[in-house]
Design a protein around this ligand. Structure first.
Ligand code: SF4
Ligand code: SF4
Length: 454
């Protein structure tokens, strides 16, 4: 008789943890009731109750789960749990997230009468808060910004408990929480309060592509007075001067893992799903093909728009505008939002950063060819446990490099440092060293076995 293999049972969840998880579930139920309730008073109560229960429940559960246990990265049972191992809970979470993005982008446009389609009942409870911050009622993007910021802060709290033994991770987590709250939420809100252009100082072209498109530049210069001139100047300097200089010294991590809002969400709310990134060479090939194509597209579209602007449309007609519209739909909405976040529980937390983000592609080229950053590896100490590869959200098979003692200089590495934090043998070290010798050992790997462009 052939013996059957069965998975070991998952460790029991303590009653206190169950209570906190029940609180989170109650919060989600309250959100559903807010969405469905026609009475404005009750709807607002349900909404704020939901925010309180989900936030407090998640933070308390994180403390019970991580804060009360010895510090250190534990990857036990990640692939056995339904929520983090592409089980039923993961698929349902992915469907709900994807559905939310679809409704947000295409079924919640305001009609100037305060009606926001399917999201109206979730937007109006935020009216007073929006009035206080931005001097105008809430809309679908304010709801999105609030949820997004809350997710980064609450799940950032979870990350702080979980990785409290690593100074690098603690400071990095605080950094993404700070930039999301300050630069992506409060400052743009206050700018609107003072009737200035809404501007995100932590997003630059080519990620926030409109900032160097002629219409936006023209509007900022025309309506923004001195501040508008500064915003255009800031955007151009950050894209073409600060980005190469900072990437030369620190690699792309200064942006992707410390400043960017997309990276901030991935590192906090997406942390439970980081192991789901595909480490196969096929995925690596598609990554290279797609991400550099997106970068090429945005450069071409930006050039077309400026030609259109300079010639008054005489030379190429509406080609640039049509391409810009298509890019906004296909890349700006579908790829970065619906797929980029909606697919967290299925494809991992950095689908957008890895396969679609033109800023990551630009930073990656700089990191690979003009940077001092690398992850050095002490191969003699490696015990081939695979922890490093498992936690790599960018799908890099870190263990392969470690076993050979080769430095990691992959264009896609966002320098999150999680491989180093998770390594039980101290094999991996994030460094900004001299460029000499940077490629030697890794060239062996590339020639020997990987044979793929990065
Ligand atoms: S190789 Fe390490 S530092 Fe780079 S993205 Fe992967 S886990 Fe993060
Ligand atoms: S580098 Fe560290 S985490 Fe990676 S396989 Fe070797 S011992 Fe394990």
């Amino acid at each position: 008789m052939t013996p059957t293999l069965t998975s070991p049972p998952l460790p029991a969840t303590s009653p206190a943890e169950k209570l906190m998880l029940a609180g989170v579930a109650g919060g989600l139920l309250a959100l559903l009731l807010a969405w469905a309730d026609a009475d404005p008073g009750r709807r607002n109560t349900w909404f704020w109750l939901a925010i309180g229960l989900v936030s407090a429940g998640t933070l308390a559960w994180s403390w019970l789960k991580f804060g009360r246990h010895p510090a250190g990265v534990q990857q036990n049972n990640l692939w056995l749990r339904s929520s983090t191992g592409r089980g039923a809970v993961g698929w349902i979470t992915g469907l709900v997230l994807t559905g939310f993005y679809v409704v947000l982008y295409w079924f919640s446009n305001g009609d100037n009468q305060g009606n926001f389609g399917l999201l109206s009942n979730l937007i109006h409870p935020l009216d007073s808060f929006s009035q206080w911050l931005r001097a105008k009622p809430a809309d679908q993007w304010f709801l999105y910004g609030t949820f997004y910021t809350l997710a980064v802060l609450v799940m950032g709290g979870r990350a702080l408990w979980k990785y409290r033994h690593s100074r690098y991770q603690v400071i990095r987590t605080l950094s993404v929480m700070f930039f999301q709250l300050g630069f992506s939420f409060l400052i743009p809100g206050l700018l609107q309060f003072f009737q200035k252009p809404e501007f995100y100082f932590n997003y630059f072209w080519p990620l926030h592509y409109q900032y160097l498109w002629p219409n936006d530049v023209h509007d900022l210069l025309k309506n923004g007075q001195a501040l508008g001139v500064f915003m255009v100047f800031w955007g151009a300097v950050m894209s073409f001067v600060a980005t190469p200089v900072l990437t030369y010294f620190y690699g792309k991590r200064w942006y992707c893992s410390w400043v960017c809002g997309c990276g901030g969400l991935a590192e906090t709310a997406g942390d439970p799903y980081r192991q789901l990134s595909d480490k196969s060479r096929t995925a690596w090939r598609w990554e290279v093909r797609i991400v550099y194509t997106v970068l090429g597209l945005i450069i071409a579209i930006t050039a077309l728009l400026w030609v259109h602007f300079a010639t008054g449309g005489a030379l190429l007609g509406e080609v640039g505008n049509a391409a810009a519209k298509w890019y906004g739909f296909a890349i700006g909405s579908v790829f970065s939002g619906v797929i980029g976040v909606g697919f967290y529980p299925i494809m991992g937390s950095r689908v957008w950063c890895r396969f679609g983000c033109p800023m990551a592609a630009y930073l990656g080229l700089l990191q690979k060819h003009f940077s001092r950053f690398r992850i050095s590896t002490n191969g003699a100490q490696c015990i081939s446990c695979g922890n490093c590869s498992n936690v790599c959200e960018m799908g890099i098979d870190v263990q392969q490099y470690a076993q050979r003692g080769a430095p990691i200089i992959r264009a896609s590495c966002v320098g999150c440092g999680m491989c180093s934090t998770a390594c039980p043998r101290g094999v991996l070290n994030l460094e900004n060293g001299p460029r000499e010798g940077r490629y030697q050992a890794s060239q062996l790997i590339h020639a020997d076995s990987l044979r793929i462009l990065s």
